[in-house]
Every structure is written in C-alpha cells, then in structure tokens.
Design a protein around this ligand. Structure first.
Ligand code: ADP
Ligand code: MG
Length: 327
C-alpha cells in the first residue's frame, strides 16, 4: 500500500497511546529510536503467521491479533526475557475497516498486557500475512538457552500438552465434543498463554529452556541436539487437561498419543535444570497458580526415549513422530 491510504491506516489503527520511557521516537519516522537499558542484553525474535498456513482462514481478527504477538512473547519467554518493543509488518488483502478495527484492538490489548510498545512496522497489500518482531531484555549472560542441558538434569513443563493439536482436528467436526469442552480446547489453539512472567522468574533457577511450538518431541529434541545429550521422558507423567482427557474417553478416531507427544502450538515452557532447583520451581509455579510437571530426565545417551506405563520404550517411528529423527 502506498500514499494516503497507508498513512491514514497506520494513523487510525496502529498509532497507540501507550509510550515507554525507553522509546525516544516511535512510529512516524523512517526508523524508531530506542534507548536500551545498560547492563542488559537485547533479545530479539520474529515470527510470521500466514493465513491458511499458520492459522485457519476462518480465524477471527481478534484471535489473529492476539496470537501473532503471543507466539513471539513465547519465544522471548523461552529465553527468560522481559518484552519491550514490537514491530508489525502486516500484509492485507484489502482495506477492511471492520477487520482492522478488531485486529488492532486485540493487538493493542495484548501489547499493553505485557507493557510492550509498538514502535514501527510496514503495511502492504497481498495475501493476509502478519509478521511481528519483538525485542526484550535479559540480564547479561542470564538468558535460558537450548545448549545448557546436562546429564542428570530434570525436565519440567508448564501447563498441558496436546490441546491445540486436538483443537485443530475439532475444527473439522463442528458438533463434537460437548460445547463447554469444545470451547475450552479451541481457546487453547487461538489464545495460547505465553509464560512470560513465570519464565523471567524461573530463569533465576534454570539456564536451559525452550517453548513448545512444534510439539514436545521436536522441541525437546532441539535442546538435546544443542546440548549433545539424550533424555528419558515418562509418557504417564505427560500432563493433559481434563477436557483433553474427556475427549480421549469419548471420541474415536483421533491419535491422542501423537497430539500429546508431537502436537504443535501449545506454547508451554519446557525447562531443564538440576533437581536441586526443583522446590524453587514448584513454589514459583504454585505462587503463580501454574501447573508444573517433572516429565523426565536428561541422560548421556544422545537419544530421546519415551517410556510407556509398562516401562518399555515407546515406538516413535510411526508417521507423525517423524520429528524424532532430528534427535
Ligand atoms: P518507510 O517508507 O520510510 O519505510 P512507511 O511509510 O512504511 O515508512 O512507514 C511510516 C511509519 O509508519 C514508520 O515509522 C513505520 O515504522 C510505521 N508503520 C508502517 N506500518 C506500520 C504498522 N503496520 N504498524 C506500525 N507501524 C507501522
Ligand atoms: Mg523511509
């Protein structure tokens, strides 16, 4: 988009009031000017959501506004960083005031819930695509990284697994399961809760973390690869929501195990740390009313083994578990 259309669109929908003290110049010039805090490292991430690829085309403008920020907030959380500044590159098929109004409101609410200022962006015409770039801070050398796991460490997880993957499947079966259960599960897909505050605080006790965007097996696999070690994960310990469990009991034809092990889009935090930090982790989680589960431990095997209830290692070679091959 060029000229007045683009200018007025930015003015109308993306010039929010909220101003951070560390932003010397926000939207309106060629670039933003920022004053990074001394003693901190800048932490940056970017994620693109393409309609029909990263979210179903029928997703509401509000949910897209929320999720485009949430996935980036989750990446910063995985490093233990405090989010601060965002840019938004948006490609729109048309100038649709109703859609833009809803997207903009939801995006604004999500920004402000985390004290993040929108400092710039780009607006173009084409198939609906949203790219958010997010910058935050972390104390020098204190970021949680994928390469810091050590044999003997324990593996912890916030929240539950598999709901978002189940939600995607449920979109194809409009009348299943009961409406209340369905609403809860679909909300997990459209409104994932990035563990931003918990992550900043847990970073005091933990040097290694990743957020779960591609599924437990794939994402834990990234930690194992970067840290040159293996892990044992106990399938029975993997946390699922009461709603997920209800679906397991009542719905046929779904591969629930695959959703738990390899379903994407959960945006929970997976942490690896020494067992001596366990009580600190659990009290922190409890103080924030957050479910935390120890799901296994790191070993020196260089392989990821999932152990079933009968103590045997689970077959992870079936299609759907192909992420396993990355380990
Ligand atoms: P330029 O042509 O110099 O790159 P633009 O005309 O694209 O500048 O943008 C003008 C100003 O508006 C810049 O400050 C830019 O960061 C901001 N901007 C453009 N699109 C968006 C958007 N979708 N959200 C937030 N800021 C935007
Ligand atoms: Mg310019």
């Amino acid at each position: 988009m060029t000229g007045t259309t683009e200018f007025s669109l930015i003015q109308k929908y993306f010039s929010y009031d909220f101003k951070r003290d560390d932003v010397a110049l926000g939207i309106g010039d060629d670039c933003a000017l920022l004053n990074p805090p001394s003693g901190k490292q800048l932490v940056m991430t970017v994620d693109t959501l393409v309609a029909g690829v990263h979210f179903p085309v029928a997703t509401s403008a509000e949910d897209i506004g929320y999720k485009s920020l949430a996935v980036n907030l989750s990446d910063l959380a995985a490093m233990g960083a405090e989010p601060a500044w965002a840019t938004l590159a948006i490609t729109l098929p048309e100038n649709d005031p109703e859609w833009l109004e809803k997207f903009s409101k939801s995006f604004q609410q999500t920004l402000h819930a985390h004290d993040v200022q929108l400092i710039g962006g780009d607006t173009t015409q084409g198939p609906l695509t949203i790219t958010v770039q997010l910058t935050g801070f972390v104390d020098q050398g204190r970021a949680m990284r994928r390469d810091a796991a050590k044999p003997g460490d324990k593996i912890y997880l916030t929240g539950n697994l598999g709901d978002a993957a189940l939600a995607l499947k449920l979109l194809d079966v409009p009348d299943l399961p009961a409406p209340e259960t369905r609403t809860v599960i679909i909300k997990k897909l459209n409104r994932p809760m990035p563990r931003v505050e918990f992550a900043q605080r847990v970073a005091e006790h933990c040097a290694c973390a990743i957020d779960l965007s591609d599924g437990l097996i794939a994402d834990l696999g990234h930690i194992l690869k970067a840290s040159h070690c293996g892990a044992r994960v106990y399938f029975d310990r993997l946390p699922v929501s009461p709603e997920f469990r209800e679906c397991m009991v009542h719905l046929d034809g779904f591969d629930f195990n695959r959703m738990i092990l390899s379903g994407g889009d959960d945006y929970e935090l997976c942490m690896v740390t020494s067992e001596k930090n366990e009580s600190a982790l659990f009290s922190l989680a409890e103080s924030m009313d957050l479910l935390l589960t120890c799901i296994g431990e790191i070993d020196s095997s260089e392989a990821l083994t999932v152990i079933s209830s009968n103590g045997e290692s689970m077959e992870l070679t079936a299609t759907g578990y192909q992420h396993f091959s990355h380990v």
